[in-house]
Design a protein around this ligand. Structure first.
Ligand code: NAD
Length: 365
């Protein structure tokens, strides 16, 4: 997804934090500290042109503050692009809590964090991300209404994320093979966790020939038995004869090594940051005649689900919106081939164009 230059310790010696923010035009950073609860967090609001900045809170044991700062700057900017290209009236934001999610959680810490979220008065809406559970969010919700992804509300985003990935894959198939049927196509799904398994289900139901890998052997066996997918090795997955590679586990699996091995003509999966180096590998994929469905476009089902919750839209609306990922991907890959420009760059451009256009609408009379 969007490449963001990493801020180094040297940068921060020479340039204070505002310079780091101005590199990608972040609007606001809120540093949160509370000795009593042990809360150390950063909330980043990247851009609110389209609406309040929505993005999850990640709890992670960062090695240092620079790592946390880089992560929150990069992730919040990514949310601006994802929300924009998905046609949502949302800006981009993200929060990171610095700490071990296994040992440092408490009601008090999350309520204190909720007070900080509330102090932004709706400019930032939080939700779950890595290391955060629905229970944690109920604590945050005790102090602020600006929370989504609560238990009993929009629920598990994975099925709708898988649906978006599946229809995005079909749009790529239409361009590459002349029709969007995946029947008989060899699809390799890396990672059969929450999203991967639902994707496998769609593919098997359409009679695709599905190959799966996962580090969790029990899960792998169950998914294979339940849906009729064939198991392949963790490294073997890059070498098998396949039409479509669907990364649904890790980032950066499209890299120098794997690109010399992958025989597919489509890459479409739910994992974030699939291109190890966006510029280099985005171009390499294009040069090889492969179609790449930009990750932040096809995996937007989750945020669409959350958006439905905050705007009181129905689950049916969210499903229909996620199905629209087909048309968005179609538009991107058509422009990518017309302009001979990598798909990720076209997706970025479309997201930026919408922000610019809507920014004009929002000018005061
Ligand atoms: P998950 O943790 O449920 O599943 C990931 C699976 O990948 C796990 O089963 C894990 O064992 C497996 N895995 C880890 N390393 C692997 C490797 N080297 N090879 C093969 N498998 C490996 O996560 P998820 O919610 O299914 O999300 C999958 C991806 O999609 C992640 O990159 C996530 O950031 C992204 N994503 C998810 C959502 C969502 O709605 N859940 C939304 C947007 C993006």
């Amino acid at each position: 997804m969007i490449e963001t230059r990493k801020i180094t310790a040297e940068d921060l010696v020479e340039n204070p934090v505002i310079a780091a923010m101005s590199e990608y035009n972040h609007e606001q950073l809120l540093f949160c500290n509370d000795n009593a609860t042990g809360l150390k967090a950063i909330i980043a609001v990247h851009n609110t042109t389209l609406g309040p900045a929505l993005g999850g809170t990640r709890m992670w044991m960062y090695n240092n503050e620079i790592e946390a700062l880089n992560d929150v700057l990069r992730l919040s900017r990514g949310m601006t692009y994802k929300n924009s290209i998905s046609g949502l009236n949302l800006g981009g934001g993200k929060a990171v809590i610095i700490g071990d999610s296994k040992t440092m959680k408490s009601e008090a810490l999350f309520r204190r964090f909720g007070k900080f979220v509330n102090s932004l008065a709706g400019k930032y809406i939080t939700a779950e991300d890595v290391g955060i559970s629905p229970l944690d969010m109920t604590w945050v919700n005790m102090e602020t209404d600006h929370v989504a992804g609560l238990p009993g509300k929009s629920g598990d985003p994975s099925p709708i994320t898988a649906l978006g990935t599946y229809v995005g894959m079909k749009a790529c198939a239409k361009k590459q093979f002349g029709n969007d049927s995946l029947a008989g196509k060899k699809v390799a799904v890396q990672g059969v966790g929450h999203v991967g398994e639902y994707l496998v289900k769609h593919l098997c139901e359409e009679n695709a020939e599905v190959y799966i890998s996962d580090i969790d052997q029990d899960l792998l066996k169950r998914v294979s038995n339940e849906h009729g997918a064939k198991v392949v090795g963790l490294d073997e997955i890059y070498d098998i004869d396949m039409d479509i590679y669907a990364p649904c586990a890790l980032g950066a699996t499209v890299n120098d090594d794997t690109l010399s091995r992958l025989k597919c003509s489509i890459i479409a999966g739910s994992a974030n940051n699939q291109l190890a180096d966006e510029v280099k590998h985005g171009q390499a994929v294009l040069d090889k005649g492969m179609i790449y469905a930009p990750d932040f476009v096809v995996n937007a089902g989750g945020v669409i689900n959350v958006y439905a919750e905050v705007t009181n839209n129905t689950p049916a609306w969210a499903l229909q919106k996620a199905e629209g990922i087909y048309d968005t991907v179609h538009q991107i890959i058509q422009r990518s081939s017309d302009e001979n420009t990598p798909a990720y760059a076209i997706a970025n451009k479309i997201a930026e164009e919408r922000i610019e256009a809507v920014g004009k609408v929002k000018l005061p009379f």
